[in-house]
Design a protein around this ligand. Sequence first.
Ligand SMILES: Nc1nc2c(ncn2[C@@H]2O[C@H](COP(=O)(O)OP(=O)(O)OP(=O)(O)O)[C@@H](O)[C@H]2O)c(=O)[nH]1
Length: 521
Amino acid sequence: MSDSDNSMSSETLIAKELEEARAAQKKLEGLASSYQIQIRSLIDFIHQLSLSCKGQDLNLDARLAKLRTNLSNDNNIQAVLPELAEICDTLRNRTLQSQRELKSGQDSMLTLSQRLAAIDNISVHIKREIIHFQQDIIKPTISVWDFVPKITQLASIYESLLLERLVKGEPIEATAQHQHMAHELAHQLSELEFRAKDRDSIAALKAELAGNVSVERLLQAYQLVLKLLMTEVVREKNSSHQFLSAINECLALVRDSVNDNWTVTLNNFSKQRETNRQITNQCSEMDQHLQAATEIEALKQHISAELQMLQARIKEREQEQQNDVIRLKKSMDSMRKEIETLSVESGNFKEKLVEQQRLIMTDTLTQLPNRAAMDERLKREYRNVRRNNSQLWVVVADVDNFKLINDNFGHPAGDKTLQVVATTLQNTLRKGEFVARYGGEEFVLLLPDIDEEQALHIVNRVRERVSSIPFKFGDRRVALTISFGCAQVNSNETIHETFERADGALYRAKRNGRNRVEIDK
Ligand SMILES: Nc1nc2c(ncn2[C@@H]2O[C@H](COP(=O)(O)OP(=O)(O)OP(=O)(O)O)[C@@H](O)[C@H]2O)c(=O)[nH]1
């Protein structure tokens, strides 16, 4: 082969290799750009994944965000592959967990629907809805979103059922709280005073509330009591209004009379002045005539005429004054009458207020002073103790096992028992000693100016008197006793603290066997 042949073939070779290198470069460039496109798609995909998983798992959120940043910065898929693999694992686990949760949700909803189906007396329509729901809920569920309409469906079945119950007016079951409210209302009723015509129905209502009442009856009872109270408030308002109107009318009348009288007096005054002026003028005229007179006969005639005029004027004035006096007297009489009526009315109103005050301070059932009265009396006694350094005993008394009386013989028998106990307490105490019904079967005694020995003696006397009452319910004789807790007011303690000590002593008396007097030392 010649030299020229050799150089030809090496040139061709180089050109070919160059061609191949160019093709490879082009291919590489194509690959690089497709790699970039793939990375961008991957970043995009991770972004979408982050959005759809957001909030479910904070750790997963953070890892996806980090992966996206790494990929955007390095453009190196190889480097993020391990992280990507871990994320895939996490996602797979989460999916499995979600499916387990969905299954358990499905089971609970099925159980719930079975319970609904077991409720008595539900309509055919609701039964059918429940069956459809049950057929639907057991179908496989892929995602939470499939679940949402099912929850809505179950809620609507519940709603229909509730509506059906409300329309049917089925009784709501009374709970312990309802019974407590009923007893509380019965207790409040004992503290209120009702009109005579309402008393029997209130007593019956009280007895009913003390037993087991339905929620419906409880609501009716509240409604009735509220109505009675409103009527009473309106009546009171009207009666006060009437009284105030009467006062107003009377005051207006008195004011008019006084105005009239004042005008009459002013008129009189000016008339009197005018009369006086006329008399003075006539007198000075007569004087002038007298001075100028030369003939006695002419003077006599003139003076006589003047005197007649004067007499007539004075008579006229007298008549006017008499008329005024009559008018004044009339006006005074009507004013007096008005004031008398007013005084009777205000007397009645005052009596009513006093009676109301007494009722506010009196326990309706036992007619003893009530808790409000006791609070007031206690404050007064306390002031005395502080001012005079005197003694005061606070005694809390509680009828023993009173619930048994109610339970065995009925609430009305319990009421009667409380009345008898109250009367006995009242009658056994002496002047200056005080007893009030504190509430329920509890009483409070205030015993001033005695020492411990005397206090014990008095309280034991009361205790024995109560225990000796011959209670008889039907043909059964029942012994009733009371326990007492006593505390003497100490210097530097509040009323509340003394009370608490007396209460503590009462608790001890109960614990130590009842029918006892315990003293807080
Ligand atoms: N009849 C009637 N009962 C009332 C009245 N006020 C409260 N009660 C009842 O009095 C009872 C008090 O019962 P408890 O507090 O258990 O006390 P207890 O049976 O007296 O027993 P001890 O105090 O432990 O001896 C409750 O059943 C109340 O309902 C009322 O005005 N009239």
